[in-house]
Design a protein around this ligand. Structure first.
Ligand SMILES: Cc1ncc(C[n+]2csc(CCOP(=O)(O)OP(=O)(O)O)c2C)c(N)n1
Ligand SMILES: [Mg+2]
Length: 323
């Protein structure tokens, strides 16, 4: 039997992962119906990463990531209605319908985007960590990027400064094995992305990114390193994306069997459910949770579809800062 408070926190993790999965499935459907335009990159398969990291996140810690960002927003507490409304380009969305899937922000939840340029968020993450150090607060900036982004030069400039100034930043590499249609072994001189900080004296760890508790444990270690003033840390999360890179992906670069094999053996939600069942949790509890989550997602979709589009007169509003 799991201890009572452990059970509560584990169920919380399970619910968050399920919310992301169901939300993304709904986003995929709405995209197919032509209700979402532009780019849309789904996070299905990778849920344990962001939920595990956020289990360590304290109020005030920042999060910044790439365009594969819906899971990060939901996990950090942004309202599914506002996220879905933004995906559908509606004025009730987080960026008033003008940002779309890749460009949402929430100052109140310390979420700094949502960035479409591969790796561009990484120096910004180091900058947020610099601000924490400058202000002498104890906050950490969780800066996410992909295995493809890991080969971009600006990351190493950020590493140098982060290590030199001992900035409180955890670099989280979501290694989902592919950068668009290019597998990591075709693009990277070494598969060990967590060792990429060695030249800068930044410690790194490889983590099973399909296991929410492992992610949480590793993040705890990395974040305490930052809060102690010992500087940055790299966590390479070994994970997998089930869907295509974006909504237009011919998927010719991998076999169906490869994807099915991961789904069967490594699914972060199913495996965590099995773990909780083994620990004595009631099966009915899961049915209840599933229903509850489906309702939240369907309300978010209804809200988005019923909201109106931004007014044409607002086209240039909130684009430049008025002095
Ligand atoms: C500077 C830059 N180069 C190329 C692109 C086009 N592009 C968008 S996503 C992507 C692949 C990135 O893969 P990865 O970092 O592994 O992230 P994932 O999509 O797997 O989450 C590329 C090349 C871009 N957006 N920005
Ligand atoms: Mg990738």
């Amino acid at each position: 039997m799991i201890k009572k408070n452990n059970l509560k926190s584990h169920l919380h993790l399970y619910k968050k992962m399920l919310l992301i999965r169901r939300f993304e499935e709904k986003a995929g459907q709405l995209y197919g119906m032509g209700k979402i335009g532009g780019f849309c990159h789904l996070y299905i398969g990778q849920e344990a990463v962001v939920v595990g990291v956020d289990s360590v996140k304290k109020k005030g810690d920042q999060v910044i990531t790439s365009y594969r960002d819906h899971g990060h927003m939901l996990s950090c507490g942004m309202d599914p209605k506002g996220v879905m409304a933004e995906l559908t380009g509606k004025k009730n969305g987080y960026s008033k319908g003008k940002g779309g899937s890749m460009h949402m922000f929430s100052k109140s939840e310390d979420f700094y985007g949502g960035h479409g340029i591969v790796a561009a968020q990484v120096p910004i993450g180091a900058g947020l960590a610099f601000a924490n150090k400058y202000k002498k607060n104890q906050f950490v900036c969780f800066t996410y990027y992909g295995d493809g982004a890991a080969n971009q030069g600006q990351i190493y400039e950020a590493f140098n400064m982060a290590s030199l100034w001992k900035l409180p930043v955890v670099f989280i590499i979501e290694n989902n094995q592919y950068a668009m249609g290019t597998s990591i072994d075709r693009a990277s001189s070494t598969p060990k992305l967590f060792t990429r900080g060695e030249a800068f004296d930044i410690p790194g760890r490889l983590v099973d990114g399909m296991d929410v508790l492992e992610v949480s444990k590793a993040t705890e270690l990395a974040a305490s390193n930052c809060r102690r003033g010992d500087g940055p840390y790299i966590l390479e999360m070994n994970t997998y994306r089930y869907k295509g890179h974006s909504m237009s992906d011919p998927a010719k670069y991998r076999t169906r069997e490869e994807v099915q094999n991961i789904k069967d053996k490594k699914d972060p939600i199913e495996n965590f459910q099995k773990h909780l069942l083994n620990e004595g949790l009631d099966e009915d509890e899961f049915k209840k949770i599933d229903k509850e989550i489906k309702e939240i997602v369907s309300e978010a979709a209804d809200f988005a579809l019923e909201s109106s589009e931004p007014d044409l007169t607002d086209l240039y509003k909130d684009i430049y800062l008025d002095n």
